[in-house]
Design a protein around this ligand. Structure first.
Ligand code: FEO
Length: 398
């Protein structure tokens, strides 16, 4: 049975939700599933903008064939060739012999890499600013390399004033019968997961995101249609303001994220004491994370949000505690910059974790690491508590 959604007179979302998935890209936990949007435009020509993941393939076909209602599919526009949007491509070519696939040069290179399909007579290669007339609709293509993959482009329908924006404004989580972001409570229901999606999926490519927004600045956009999650039809400033900060690596607000890796609880206690002192000192936003039990994507997301970070780690096997190393490498991999960082190390045989953490942070751009690492030897003593008091003051002064 079909279950599509209608957005305008002639535009439908024929995608679907997957609530069985637990790890998106086998890397990021998604406790509330994922949505995969696929847009079908019924003009004089029929146009599908992006497909879906294999997990929702069956529902996609139910939806697509119901909306097409025996019409042929004329065009498939591939804004993003990541497999979570491309599973139906070989079958689309089999079922619709007149299908033309629209993509840019890189799209077709990657299409060849992923799928064994013969594109002879099925290819329309477009470049920056090219226009495709489909009847009353006019589609213009803008290249958006590295937002999130090299081949990404966005498509502007100047008739409906809709931007099909690929992963931009994408979010984790299946949709709950809602089609638009304004149907969610922005701060509570929407923002945490759209931030985590941005940080983990696009966070590394801030400069490319900025380039795209400069490129499309003059377009009259009345709706943004993303590939994951609800679409935007009003109050664009809410999400655009966040994107501007995230893509420039500017913290959203003041706050301290304390991440600890602790074997027997002593480093954890230091983190908790520091949190209390910061809160006593008036810091409203303090977040404490055990790096062993919290997936790095959640911590990364808060590191994009707040301006000061503390890493407190045990030394483990004469090296850095592995979960802490994973977290720091994640932050580095996502190009996080412009943060003030304090370090706490603990070591019973030898103090090595501070040096290792500093080595990783030194390879990151724009990180201000406080010169003094607070060093602990096994359990906390009174002078250690005093040192934590001093560290809290240093963080408050930043
Ligand atoms: Fe949903 Fe970058 O793909």
């Amino acid at each position: 049975m079909h279950n599509f959604r209608q957005l305008t007179d002639d535009l439908y979302n024929v995608g679907a939700n997957d609530r069985r998935i637990t790890m998106f890209e086998n890397a990021h936990p998604v406790s509330r599933g994922m949505s995969y949007n696929s847009y079908l435009l019924l003009d004089e020509k029929t146009v599908l903008l992006d497909g879906v993941d294999m997990a929702v393939n069956e529902q996609f076909w139910q939806n697509l064939t119901a909306v097409l209602n025996d019409r042929q599919l004329d065009y498939l526009v591939i804004n993003h060739l990541e497999p979570d949007h491309c599973h139906p491509i070989p079958e689309l070519l089999r079922r619709y012999p007149g299908l033309t696939i629209v993509g840019n040069k890189k799209t077709f290179t990657m299409l060849d890499q992923f799928y064994d399909v013969d594109l002879e007579g099925h290819k329309l290669e477009v470049n920056e600013g090219d226009v495709l007339q489909t009847g009353k609709h006019s589609l213009t293509f803008f290249l958006a390399p590295m937002v999130h993959w090299p081949e990404v482009m966005v498509t502007y329908d100047s008739t409906s004033k809709i931007l099909f924006c690929a992963d931009v404004f994408g979010t984790f989580g299946a949709t709950d019968g809602k089609m638009y972001a304004d149907e969610y409570k922005f701060e509570d229901e929407y923002l945490p997961e759209v931030r985590r999606y941005y940080a983990t999926i696009i966070g590394k490519y801030g400069r490319n995101v900025n380039n795209l927004f400069s490129k499309i600045a003059d377009l009259d956009i009345q709706m943004y249609c993303t590939l994951h999650g609800p679409n935007w039809r009003k109050d664009f400033h809410l999400i655009l303001d966040k994107y501007k900060l995230w893509s420039s690596y500017i913290p959203e607000e003041r706050g301290v994220v304390i991440c600890y890796g602790s074997v027997y609880g002593n480093t954890a206690l230091a983190a908790e004491i520091l949190a209390n002192k910061l809160a006593d000192g008036g810091v409203e936003n303090v977040r404490v994370y055990d790096v062993t039990s919290t997936h790095p994507s959640y911590i990364l997301s808060d590191c994009f949000r707040f301006d000061r970070l503390v890493f407190a780690s045990s030394t483990f096997n004469a090296d850095l505690f592995p979960y802490m190393e994973t977290l720091l490498l994640e932050l580095k991999a996502h190009n996080l910059t412009n943060r003030t960082v304090a370090l706490i190390e603990n070591g019973s045989w030898a103090l090595l974790s501070g040096t290792r953490m500093r080595e990783i942070l030194d390879r990151m751009k724009g990180m201000t690491v406080l010169e003094q690492t607070l060093s602990l030897k096994s359990s906390l003593k009174r002078p250690d508590v005093e040192a934590l008091e001093e560290l809290a003051k240093a963080l408050l002064a930043e």
